[in-house]
Design a protein around this ligand. Structure first.
Ligand SMILES: Nc1ncnc2c1ncn2[C@@H]1O[C@H](COP(=O)(O)OP(=O)(O)O)[C@@H](O)[C@H]1O
Ligand SMILES: [Mg+2]
Length: 510
């Protein structure tokens, strides 16, 4: 007899429905899994057999063949354990015939019959729901996450016994549902950090405000202990809020990565990722034997903070160039390619030289050669993709002991949100949200300059020998500065301010 149970596998951050077909026939006892399974799926045999037996059910001593269809997609990970077990239980009469047809089943089994959580349940449930599946059997620990797909009927199960009871008791029990009101609040979580903690550094704070308002990449250069790391960590507290769809996208990525902590709610704060400088290229982009999103995807719609930028491996930094432009990363594998979204804002911090004190009086002891080698680690193309470069100088004593409270994150955020709303309104038919996402034709449409502004920009272009990309970045950033002021036109003062944020590479990077 043949049974078909629906399950799902991940392709990037989307689920693809997989039919688990089980056939039990008489013949020499055997257990085969076909349909492009990876080694973790092949190991399911041992787990399923032990789990069924240890739940006090008979495991059929017959010829069992399991086919995972469609056969041209690679099936990875242990999430097929449970659907395979269900298929076998239906074929051997333990579960009623035709009872499981409308369910999608996913879960890993342990040898004693308990069901373990698996990664990527949210995208699996979501994609299947869109394709007409209404009922889902998921591991108990994944129930909250699965229920984020409103409308889906979720049946959490702890072990094989409970699964058996689900189908063999009279009538299905009530499905698990999340409180749809509570799934998404759309407001930033309360953070312990606040910009008011950072004394002085008004220039850097202003640059941060511009970066947050237009989603511009930002680089801070300054001596050690001046507050660069402190400033960067506070960046999420002034970012504009996420939409429901963005929250869902982020939550899916975290689900696939197995990092979803709070089940029952979408992630509604922009992510802030700060990988250590020893991070490998693969950890940044993602991939691996069982593919997982990397740091750049975990920062999707949020901030990727690279502290001590020149300490990163050059290879790792160069890898960022393509995702910075394309907002997604494609990883080629033996049998497939996977694409993960990676629309992140890059924030970076560095010292101006190896000893850290270049430009701070005559404290610096580095030779010109050492300085060039240090800053040379950051290539021109990468630097070119950073819209705002800001100098963070050492804090002054007076600033440090100033009793006057600095502006709080909440106040800064109000201005950022206002500028963001102007952008949302302006670009509502263009498919973008922020000034930094303007393409060349859109720049021509929305960054129109007067005569005086054109002349200023021409001088800067020649003096700083800017690239075409650099020129566009100035226009985009100036658009944000104008938006923060509520000005419809880009004016000379806006351009002048933005040019300051490009001249640093001239000063330090010969
Ligand atoms: N502007 C500032 N206001 C208040 N404290 C500061 C400031 N700058 C630095 N500090 C103090 O110095 C510590 C180190 O700052 P940090 O941001 O790590 O410096 P950097 O990253 O520039 O080397 C902070 O934890 C904080 O205690
Ligand atoms: Mg630091």
């Amino acid at each position: 007899m043949v049974s078909i149970v629906k399950s799902s596998t991940l392709c990037g951050v989307d689920g693809v429905i997989v039919d688990v077909e089980t056939d039990i026939s008489s013949g020499l006892p055997a257990f085969d899994i076909v349909g492009l399974p990876d080694s973790a799926v092949k190991e399911a045999k041992e787990r399923v057999r032990s789990a069924v037996r240890n739940s006090d059910f008979d495991f059929p001593v017959k010829r069992i063949t399991v086919n995972l269809a469609p056969a041209d997609i690679r099936k990875e990970g242990p999430s097929f354990d449970l659907p395979i077990a269900v298929g076998i239980m239906v074929c051997s009469g333990l579960l009623p015939k035709n009872s499981t047809g409308e369910f999608m089943v996913t879960g890993e089994l342990s040898l004693d019959g308990n069901i373990r959580a698996v990664n990527g349940v949210l995208p699996m449930v979501y994609s299947a729901y869109k394709n007409g599946v209404k009922k889902f059997i998921v591991p108990e620990q994944n129930a909250g996450e699965a229920a984020l797909c409103t409308g889906a009927e979720i049946y959490p199960v702890k072990n094989i016994r409970e699964l058996w009871e689900l189908f063999n008791s009279s009538g299905l029990k009530k499905p698990f549902c999340a409180d749809s009101e509570k799934i998404f609040s759309g407001t930033n979580e309360k953070s312990m950090l606040d910009f008011a903690d950072v004394k002085g550094q008004e220039g850097a704070k202003r640059a941060m405000e511009i970066a947050a308002a237009g989603y511009h990449n930002i680089l801070m250069i300054g001596p050690p202990g001046s507050g660069k790391t402190m400033l960067a960590k506070r960046l999420p507290t002034i970012m504009p809020p996420l939409t429901f769809d963005e929250s869902l996208e982020i939550t899916k990525i975290y689900s696939v990565a197995g990092l979803l902590k709070s089940s029952g709610r979408l992630i509604d704060t922009r992510p802030f990722r700060s990988p250590h400088h020893t991070v490998s290229s693969a950890a940044l982009t993602g991939g691996g034997r069982i593919p997982k999103p990397g740091e750049i995807s975990l920062s999707h719609k949020g901030i990727l903070f690279l502290d001590e930028l020149p300490e990163f491996h050059r290879g790792a930094l160069e890898i960022l160039r393509q995702p910075l432009e394309d907002k997604e990363v494609t990883i080629s594998r033996v049998n497939s390619t996977i694409t993960y979204p990676s629309d992140f804002m890059l924030a970076a911090a560095m010292n101006p030289c190896p000893c850290g004190y270049l430009g701070d009086g005559d404290k610096c002891r580095c030779t010109q050669n050492e300085i060039s080698k240090y800053t040379g680690k950051i290539s021109g193309p990468l630097l070119d993709r950073i819209d705002i470069q800001v100098e963070v100088s050492a804090v002054k004593y007076d600033d440090l002991y100033e009793t006057k409270k600095s502006e709080s994150s909440q106040e800064i955020r109000k201005r950022v949100v206002k500028a963001h709303n102007i952008q949302l309104e302006r670009y509502k038919n263009e498919g973008i949200q922020f000034n930094s996402q303007l393409t060349a034709p859109l720049i021509e449409k929305y960054c129109v300059l007067g005569q005086a502004e054109k002349e200023i920009l021409k001088t800067a272009f020649e003096r700083l020998s800017l690239s075409a990309r650099g020129y566009h970045k100035i226009l985009k950033t100036a658009r944000t500065v104008a938006d923060l002021e509520g000005s419809g036109d880009i004016k000379v003062k806006h351009i002048m301010e933005v040019i300051q944020y490009r001249s640093l590479d001239r000063k330090y990077m010969m």
